[in-house]
Design a protein around this ligand. Structure first.
Ligand code: ADP
Length: 397
């Protein structure tokens, strides 16, 4: 029995979950937000309770110290010695990291070196790692990269048709994202259909505020929709997804903006938000659609079409597909989007069971028995993957 802390540190937040391994039960979870601002928010769930306080958290170090103190003061752990390992989510591992890794100075330096590819995330992860190292100096720390699962993509899938020197000099290629989620969901899909992972072909639709689709053949990722950065792929909450790069220079000229400014608009003001003109939140856009707003309906139709474009391409690339799995906030909750997608896939023999699609429960099959591809909703669980890798990589008994 070992208690593992799974951590996702952002620039002003630390999400955490303490798991008992190998049972994979959650002992406590929560988030510290607004680190560095006048007043922070600390939310913690334990023993069926949820508590929120508003401490001042000048830096991540104070946040981690308060979290650990709270675990002991609330009796969640008797002593901090019970924590056997800390696993940290890291967004970008580039081509260097092909697996999760035990943290040492060299690993931290490499994560720092890769910050050009994830300027908002990697530096924040390092701050989080250092805060936990400081607070728990004798506990192994492991980094679990979002990109590792996509490192099995063949060259033909990850290369852009740009000058080859860009790849050699700057590492310009597809890296993908949400890999930990895609891995969890594809493994779980194989279990659910009772087929060995090595023989299973799954298309995972991770549809959250950030969204990506992956083709997973025999447990290995063979293609994914996100690219050098999370901007590539399908339209998302605020990101445009794919477009002709000429749009950037065109808007620069028309609106007297720099390329960086236009890319920021493509990342932060596009997608659901830009198209609907209402919100990046799918619930608001659904409400608009139900009220008859054309742009809201169009937002879903554009996204569903693009999702289906990927599914069709991945179906062909893998030579078939056993399961299409939906996960993350929209994948798990937006029944009309799933229906929209499934109806467009009729040509592949996909048949959604509308009743099952409408019924609220967590993990479930939503296709009919005669559907040629099974449709599942599989809530993602990145924390459990982080905890599993922490145990494996740090060899925790
Ligand atoms: P991320 O982790 O990328 O921030 P999430 O996986 O939390 O994103 O997904 C956020 C999206 O899921 C939002 O667009 C939100 O509207 C949508 N969502 C969450 N819950 C629901 C719900 N009950 N019904 C419809 N959409 C939902």
């Amino acid at each position: 029995m070992a208690k593992i802390m799974a951590v996702n540190a952002g620039s002003s937040s630390i999400k955490f979950q303490l798991l008992e391994m190998p049972e994979e039960t959650v002992i406590t979870s929560g988030v510290m937000e607004r680190i560095g601002l006048a007043e922070g928010i600390f939310t913690i769930k334990y023993n069926g309770k949820k508590e929120e306080t508003h401490p001042v958290l000048p830096t991540h170090a104070e946040g981690v110290a308060l979290l650990l103190e709270t675990l002991v003061s609330k009796g969640i752990v008797k002593s901090l010695d019970e924590i056997s390992g800390v696993g940290h989510r890291v967004v970008q591992g580039g081509e260097y990291f092909k697996d999760s890794a035990l943290v040492d100075d060299e690993v931290i330096a490499k994560i720092d070196e890769l910050k050009d590819l994830a300027p908002l995330h990697n530096p924040a992860h390092i701050i989080g790692i250092k805060a936990f190292q400081h607070a728990l100096p004798n506990v192994p720390q492991v980094v679990v990269f979002d990109t590792v699962f996509h490192q099995t993509m063949p060259e033909e899938a990850y290369m852009y048709a740009t000058p080859y020197e860009w790849y050699e000099k700057y590492g310009i290629r597809k890296y993908g994202a949400h890999g930990t989620s895609h891995k969890y969901v594809s493994q779980r899909a194989a279990q659910l259909i009772g087929k060995p992972l090595e023989e299973t072909k799954t298309i995972v639709c991770h549809l959250g505020n950030g969204a990506s689709i992956s083709a997973v053949k025999g447990g290995k990722c063979v293609d994914t929709s996100m690219g050098l950065t999370p901007l590539e792929g399908i339209p998302m909450g605020t990101r445009s997804g794919n477009l002709d790069p000429t749009v950037v220079s065109y808007i620069c000229e028309k609106e007297n903006k720099t390329a960086q400014e236009v890319v920021t608009i493509l990342n932060k003001k596009s997608g659901y938000l830009g198209m609907s003109g209402r919100s990046n939140d799918a619930r608001d856009v659904t409400q608009g659609m139900n009220e008859g707003d054309h742009r809201c309906k169009l937002t879903f139709d554009v996204q569903a079409k693009r999702i289906v474009d990927y599914i069709a391409a991945y179906y062909v690339y893998m030579g078939g597909c056993d399961v299409i799995a939906f996960t993350a906030g929209m994948g798990e909750n937006l029944k009309h989007l799933r229906l929209n997608i499934a109806n467009r896939l009729g040509v592949l023999g996909v048949k959604i069971d509308e009743k099952l699609n409408d019924t609220f429960s967590d993990e479930r099959l939503i296709s009919t028995p005669d559907s040629k591809i099974k449709l599942y909703i599989i809530p993602t669980n990145e924390e459990v993957m982080i905890a599993r890798d922490t145990v494996r990589v740090a060899n925790i008994k």
